[in-house]
Each structure stands twice: as C-alpha cells, then as structure tokens.
Design a protein around this ligand. Structure first.
Ligand code: BES
Ligand code: MN
Ligand code: MN
Length: 456
C-alpha cells in the first residue's frame, strides 16, 4: 500500500481534524427554520474547501430549500466517473442536557470526536473531500473522473436534490455513486451496505371540539381527540408487532436464501445487542424473524411524537381541541411509498372513530434500495477495503434510509457503492454522537485506494 496519496493523508491528519472541527461547529440543522443561515454557511465552507483542493466548476445549486454543493474534475479521459454524495445537514441535538460536551463544540475524547454530525454525515463527507485532496495534492490529477454533489436536506427527506437529479440527469452523468453515510457492521470489519429501507413520514391530526374546553364543564360530553388518536394508533399494529394495514405486506420481496445465510454468519448476538445497543428489557417485533431480518428486511410502523394538549409542568384540566401523531413507516424492497401511503391513509380513515375529524398528511417519503453486488465498482471496493483493513468485506443492509440512492438508480441508471465508516454505537441522531478517529483516517485511506482501484 505505497500510495503517495496515503502518505500525504498521514502527514496531514492533524490539519484534517482541525478542518473537520470547523465544519462541525456550524449548527446546520435542516429541520429548524432558524438554522437556514447555518445550513448555507456549511454549504459555503464546503464549496470553498472543494475549490481550495483543486476541484473545478464549484458552485452552489439553489433549491426551494438548502442549496446543493456541486464540483467536478473531469480530465481522466477513458476512465469511469464517480458521483460522490454526502449531506452537510444534521439532526437537532436535543436532549441537550445528556451531552457530555456541547453538540456544536467538537471535542476529542478517548480516540473519538464528539459533535452533532461527527459521523452523520459531516465527518464522512470530510473523509471524501480529504481523499480527493490527498490525490490531487500528490498527483495534480485524479485517477478517475469525479463529480461531487452534497445536499443540505437529507435529514428532512431530500426533496431539493431529488428534483435536481430527476430534472438534470445529463449534468450528473456518472458510472456509479460513492456514498459515505453508513456504518461498519462491527469495529475493524470492512463493510459495504447494499440495501436500505425506504420510508413514508406522516402526520395524523384528530380534531374534536372547536376550541380547548374546561374538562369539568364539558368532560363526559365533548370528544377527546387524544383518545380517538390512541384508538387509531392501537389498531395499526397487533400485539406481535404485525402491521394491520390491509395489503401492506403484499409486495415485499424477501431476501434470498443466500443473503439470509450470509446474515446468519455475521458476528451478531441478539442478547448483546439488546443489552448494549438498545438497553431495553425485551426486544419487540414480528415472530419468526431474526433481529437483522426485522431491522433490514421487514417494514416498520413507529410513532415519533404526539404534540398537542397540555405538556407543561403541573396540571391543567382541559379537553384539547386537537391532537397530532407523527407516524412513519419504513419500507423494504418491493414496496413503494405511493402504494404504502394510499393503503395506510384509507385504513386510518376507515378506523377513525365517530365524532372527530381525522386528517392524514404525508410529510416526506423515499424509496427502498437494493444494490446488485456483481458490478466492477463493488469488486474494486472490496479489494481496496482488504488492503486497508486486512479483512474480507461483509455485505450488509441497513434499516436506515438514504432516499437519494433510489433516485440515482432510477434517474441516472447507476449503482451506489455505500462505503461508510460509522460504528453501531456512534449515537447517530442521539446525544453524544461521535466518530472514531481511527475510522476517519482508515476511511480516508479506503476512499483513496478505492478511487485508485476504479481508475486503474
Ligand atoms: N445516514 C443516515 C441513514 C443511515 C443510518 C444509513 C445508519 C445506514 C446506517 C441518514 O442520514 C438518515 O438518518 N436518514 C434518515 C432519512 C429520512 C429522514 C428520510 C433516516 O433514516 O431516518
Ligand atoms: Mn446520514
Ligand atoms: Mn441521519
């Protein structure tokens, strides 16, 4: 592994870390309108960085939401073109008091960098940029043609990038996409993710009386929308975790016997997972499926929050006029957001209790993805990973969603190589998110070797 680019990276890790910290200080939280300016700031910083390392045609592409960052370098005649993707937006940091150090003051402790976005996804975007920098700095050229496309709304459904990819496929012409936004299956184990769940994120709003009412004066006569909502929610799944929406499971394409056999040979212990990752008394879910099957290859239905009514300290005797539940479903290959949403909406409307108005709304949606593994880019990735990690790559799916992967397949006709370097306990979306610094470094080296291999 005598790549000069890798030698360059190794000499520059302290500076790379400082530059990652600068990016992590920007609170680019896409779901909170008051952070719009921070999102744009993160986009500007990344664009300046891409320009500095020698990428060309660097520009922000405006969308209805946060801007995309685009750059390219297309001088490797006869070589394939990679489309590097990542997202610079992050999830909100709450609950704040559970962080050991503030979420936007990146701090190194025990070989990890702690900050919101450390691993999801600024640290991994930064790893891709540093791989490009190391290649450009040592060779004044890249081993293959490269386009970079970063978005700032992945965590809220990615509508802007989806529209851009659908409307301008010629501007993104590439042979494959490279996405670093996933995890290693276990520490030190090189991993490629080849399947993601899709999702539909919805709200159910139930309205009863025309205004909030005194619960003594009207209790017993006025409908309580929280009860109606609870009735609806209780009819969405049975006690075994089976989703009761008619037809919901009909189109699922189950994993092949070979894929299931491969999952069984992964180093995974359900009891260990229950204790150290989940930390609950018992796991839940459909009978007859392993944890990996339930989280990778079966759909879900979850409630994320029930805003409405009185939630402050103390007691207030009120019958609220309305109640809302935020409900999402993860979809697996074979299912489509359009059909799943139609089935869900008509079922909720059918089971709506009398005396209240029920409205179902779609907030955002994304397709599930399954990547065929017999392509030269996946093979090049396993060779590169073997050199850096000294081990054979495991192929996994993930229960999470990256909606753009489906759009790349549909509109650009290209497969994605999902080469990510997070760890299962990196606390994505949770307090004390971290990125293991060794994985940041080996991630950069893996990406360098991968680009060298695909450009050979
Ligand atoms: N990077 C994650 C998805 C992910 C997590 C993939 C872990 C593999 C392993 C991504 O940023 C994410 O959180 N996506 C959202 C998408 C949604 C808002 C459409 C998700 O999965 O909830
Ligand atoms: Mn992510
Ligand atoms: Mn995320």
């Amino acid at each position: 592994m005598s790549s000069p680019a890798i030698a360059f990276a190794r000499q520059n890790y302290p500076r790379f870390l400082d530059e990652l910290k600068d990016l992590l200080r920007i609170p680019s939280i896409s779901t909170l309108p008051e952070h719009k300016g921070d999102c744009r700031h993160a986009a500007d910083v990344l664009a300046a960085e891409l320009k500095r390392i020698g990428m060309e045609n660097v520009r922000l592409i405006e969308t209805e939401g946060n801007p995309l960052v685009y750059a390219d370098w297309l001088h490797a005649a006869g070589k394939p073109t990679v489309l590097c993707y990542g997202h610079y937006d992050v999830q909100p940091p709450d609950p704040l008091d559970e962080w050991h150090t503030p979420p936007f003051e990146p701090t190194v402790r025990d070989g990890n960098i702690y900050a919101r976005g450390a691993v999801d996804d600024k640290g991994q975007v930064c790893a891709q940029v540093k791989a490009l920098e190391s290649l450009l700095a040592t060779k004044k050229a890249l081993p293959l043609n490269v386009r970079v496309l970063l978005e700032g709304e992945e965590e809220v459904g990615g509508e802007g990038i989806a529209k851009f990819v659908a409307s301008k496929p010629a501007e993104l012409k590439a042979d494959f996409a490279l996405i670093s936004d996933t995890e290693l299956f276990a520490p030190g184990l090189p991993t490629l993710c080849v399947g993601l769940r899709g999702m539909i994120y919805t709200e159910i709003e139930v309205r009863g009386a025309k205004t909030d009412l005194h619960s003594g004066m009207y209790g017993g006569a006025a409908p309580n929308p929280f009860f109606s909502l609870a009735q609806i929610l209780s009819e969405l799944k049975d006690k075994d975790g089976h989703i009761l929406i008619p037809g919901f499971y009909d189109d699922i394409i189950p994993p092949s016997p070979e894929e299931l056999a491969a999952w069984r040979s992964l180093p995974f212990d359900e009891e260990q997972y229950r204790i150290s990752e989940v930390g609950a008394r018992q796991l839940v879910g459909e009978k007859g499926y392993s944890v990996l099957e339930r989280t990778w290859a079966r759909p879900t239905l979850d409630v994320h929050g029930i805003p409405g009514g009185f939630t402050g300290a103390g007691a207030k005797t009120v019958i609220p006029a309305k109640a809302v539940a935020k409900v999402s479903m993860r979809l697996v290959p074979g299912m489509t957001p359009t059909k799943a949403y139609a089935q869900y909406k008509s079922y909720v409307e059918k089971i709506a209790p009398a005396g209240v108005d029920v409205e179902v709304r779609l907030v955002h949606s994304g397709e599930p993805s399954l990547i065929p593994v017999n392509n030269p880019y996946i093979q090049a990735a396993t060779r590169a990973l073997h050199e850096v990690w000294g081990k054979d790559t495991v192929f996994i799916r993930s229960g999470g969603s990256i909606p753009i992967v489906g759009d790349f397949a549909r509109h650009l006709g290209i497969p994605s190589v999902m080469m990510g370097f997070g760890l299962p306990d990196d606390n994505l979306h949770a307090p004390n998110e971290k990125f293991h610094l060794k994985n940041f470094e080996l991630g950069i080296e893996s990406l360098i070797r991968f680009m060298e291999e695909t450009g050979r």
